[in-house]
Ligand binder design. Structure first.
Ligand code: RAT
Ligand code: ZN
Length: 414
């Protein structure tokens, strides 16, 4: 027993240990990832080269690299990974959250990282049996189920859905519809090619066909929710196709199928085009648009996360006002310890427990390990401070279950 501590300090330390244990061991429903059911084969990315070429690391590495962008993109993945490894892990200390994530991941897999031996790491990954490795990673991260991001507009992915396959129950589908809402004229052409009788003008019959498309894909993939990421300038209502498609096609569809519509607000796509997927940025959103959606469509359920730190407080207030709004996760640029901890504490204080504290956004299987380990540390700190403030009146197990998917399932009505 620690000496020199007051009775209060000892109780406080014991409380912190209990909370840490519950938070560390409660299984998670990861409600937004970019991972795939193993039936999608190479679309489910894993291994050291995919970990190192994660777009968060690509952007960071370019701050050190002087190679022209196109030369980098023309390199094979292993060579890109090597350049990133040298720039961020050998020539500099890996202090950023994305770098730290690689170290945590390797450590949790039992690998040696101090020696910075990339060939040895590659050998280890090459020996893994993919099925067993998947099960092991989910187990180590204590992730029970993951929601995928499923886009019918992605050709390799669509082909697999159309062919059909036996589902792995650990992978839940979410229907992603960005091109439908943000690039309508081009998407209309694609829908026509797939047999939907749509025109560029949003006539009643075109809207009917868009709904037929949404219904077909909702059923085909057994979607748990529909989702879109939207730019900072997104407004609702608005005189453009995006707002009209939401109002006339997406929301009625969600009502018909009793599915939430997830809006991810605040991404500025292709701020630096040369960085490809790594080139997106962030901007402040006008959350008046979300307010109008929640107030105008009380029969619809909305899931929301916002990218700008400056929008977080307003989002919490909205979540208090609308029971058809469920907020989730510390998304992308907010998933760094400073911001994630601030947001999580603020959410507990303003909203309470009717939210989903985090989603991993993992794009590479093993990222589940670090994203959940790092976040569990943050949540344990925030919750144990709260329980101490409450004179220990909380029910830890129940609360953590809610924050890790229980509240989400209730919101979805499942
Ligand atoms: O966090 C990310 O990996 C981003 O590239 C996006 O995928 C974002 O999460 C999104 O779903 O749009
Ligand atoms: Zn994502």
């Amino acid at each position: 027993m620690a000496t020199g501590l007051s009775a209060w300090e000892r109780k406080r330390a014991e409380l912190a240990r209990r909370v840490e244990k519950v938070v560390a061991t409660t299984p998670v429903l990861d409600i937004h990832t970019h991972l795939y059911d193993p039936a999608f084969k190479e679309l489910l990315r894993w291994g050291i080269d995919d970990l190192l070429t994660y777009h968060y690391l690509v952007a960071e590495a370019f701050c050190h690299l002087d190679a022209p962008y196109d030369k980098f993109w023309a390199l094979p993945k292993t060579r890109q990974a090597q350049l990133i490894w040298d720039a961020l892990f050998v020539r500099h200390s890996p202090v950023s959250e994305a770098c730290r994530g690689v170290l945590t991941t390797l450590k949790l897999l039992g690998l040696e990282v101090k020696r910075r031996d990339l060939p040895a790491l590659r050998r280890w990954f090459a020996q893994q049996n993919p099925e067993k490795h998947l099960t092991r990673c989910l187990g180590l991260a204590r992730v029970e189920k993951v929601c995928m991001t499923n886009s019918p507009f992605d050709d390799p992915e669509r082909t697999v859905w159309e062919r059909g396959f036996r589902r792995d129950e650990r992978f839940v589908a979410a229907l992603r519809i960005d091109p439908l809402l943000l690039d309508w004229p081009n998407t209309a052409t694609r829908l026509s090619g797939w047999g939907y009788r749509v025109g560029v003008r949003l006539s009643a019959s075109t809207i009917g066909e868009v709904r037929r498309f949404l219904a077909d894909w909702t059923k085909r993939i057994r979607a748990k929710y529909l989702m879109v990421s939207l730019p900072p300038a997104f407004a609702f209502p608005d005189g453009n196709g995006c707002a009209e498609l939401i109002e006339r096609a997406v929301l009625p569809h969600c009502r018909e199928f009793d599915l939430p519509f997830a809006v991810m607000l605040g991404v500025k796509r292709a701020v630096n085009r040369q960085l490809g997927l790594a080139g997106d940025g962030v901007g402040r959103s006008d959350l008046g648009a979300l307010q109008n959606l929640c107030a105008g469509f009380p029969e619809n359920k909305f899931l929301a996360t916002v990218l700008a730190r400056e929008n977080q407080h307003e989002l919490c207030v909205l979540a208090r006002k609308f029971r058809n709004l469920h907020i989730f996760g510390c998304w992308w640029f907010t998933n760094v310890p400073t911001v994630a901890e601030e947001m999580t504490r603020m959410r507990l204080e303003l909203v309470g427990l009717s939210l989903t504290a985090q989603q991993s956004d993992a794009r590479v299987l093993e990222q589940l390990l670090y994203k959940w380990t790092h976040f569990r540390e943050i949540l344990a700190r925030a919750l144990s401070d709260k329980y101490a403030d409450l004179l220990r009146a909380g029910e830890i197990e129940r609360d953590v279950k809610d924050l890790f998917g229980g509240a989400f399932e209730r919101f979805c009505g499942t």
